[in-house]
Design a protein around this ligand. Structure first.
Ligand code: ATR
Length: 280
């Protein structure tokens, strides 16, 4: 334990929060870097979010991550919202600055892209049409990051069409909202498919998506990582498509948080991945 003057603190605010793998991930890095510090799950009710965020500086926290249901609400309680968080309309990470002020940022986009590149290093966002399923909070980060990486044709499908249309209007080109019924046919020339809904998560039914028209070259991604292989990914793998689950997104979004909190760039190693996978 080499840090000289203070015990390093960060955590995850959520409600509920005890299911999270983030403490395991971050505390692995504290140990790996020989640092005195810890990352704690912080069970914060929605009505307590403002006071909880304001308590971070006096308690000596370097910052925190945010999960459901706090990602959007947190924007109202900070001193500054950076461009990425403002565009997405949600924050995944709060940074306590030297003067005690709070900055909201969002590293989910970075994590999503890095997770894809880790699994498919030659992947390009402009390789062809991308089908995105879902128009909730997860979708906002995914759609933003794909557009930011140069995607030219993002076809957005959501059970409730109006939410997809609202995202199209907000983000503009290259996003087109398409009716839910057309999602199966829209796969015929897709280079990539991304599930951003909760469908396929443990306890939820599989995503209703017929892959039979999907080209074998297409990449199929899911932001779900519990289970490690959703029915969507299992079906895609059986057809010979390359697949990526959401674990890479979880692991990689944590790296810029450490850079901002502690000035350290930790690595996503096979050892870390195995440690987290063993709990899933
Ligand atoms: P998150 O912030 O985690 O994305 P959310 O905002 O509640 O959560 O969004 C959940 C997404 O899963 C939405 O796109 C939702 O579709 P609706 O907008 O129609 O609700 C989608 N979803 C949830 N249950 C679904 C189901 N049974 N079939 C299809 N999509 C579903």
């Amino acid at each position: 334990m080499s840090h000289p003057d203070r015990f390093l603190l960060a955590g995850l605010m959520g409600w509920p929060v005890m299911h999270s793998r983030s403490p395991l991930l971050h505390n692995h890095w504290f140990a790996r870097h020989g640092l005195a510090g810890t990352y704690v799950p912080l069970a914060i009710r929605p009505e307590g979010l403002g006071p909880a965020l304001r308590s971070l500086p006096p308690l000596g926290f370097s910052g925190c991550n945010l999960t459901i249901p706090h990602k959007e609400a947190a924007l109202a309680f900070v001193d500054e919202v950076d461009n990425v968080a403002r565009r997405i309309g949600a924050s995944s990470c709060i940074v306590v600055r030297d003067d005690g002020s709070l900055l909201a940022t969002n590293n989910d986009c970075y994590g999503f892209i890095e997770g894809i590149l880790e699994a498919a290093p030659a992947w390009r966002a402009d390789a062809g049409p991308i089908v995105v399923i879902g128009a909730g909070g997860g979708s906002r980060a995914v759609v933003y990051s794909l557009a930011d990486r140069g995607a030219r044709d993002i076809r957005l499908f959501n059970r409730t069409f109006d939410r997809a249309k609202a995202l199209e209007q907000e983000f503009g080109a290259p996003i087109t909202a398409v009716s839910w019924e057309q999602r199966h046919d829209a796969l015929s020339d897709a280079a990539m498919v991304v599930n951003t809904t909760s469908q396929g998560m443990v306890g939820e039914p599989p995503l209703d998506l017929d892959l039979s028209k999907l080209p074998p070259s297409a990449l199929v991604a899911d932001i779900v990582y519990i289970p490690r292989e959703t029915p969507l990914l299992a079906g895609a793998r059986r057809r010979g498509n390359r697949t990526v689950n959401g674990l890479g997104m979880l692991l990689h979004q944590a790296r810029p948080a450490w850079k901002a909190w502690f000035g350290i760039e930790p690595q996503v190693t096979p050892e870390l991945r195995t440690l987290i996978e063993a709990t899933i």
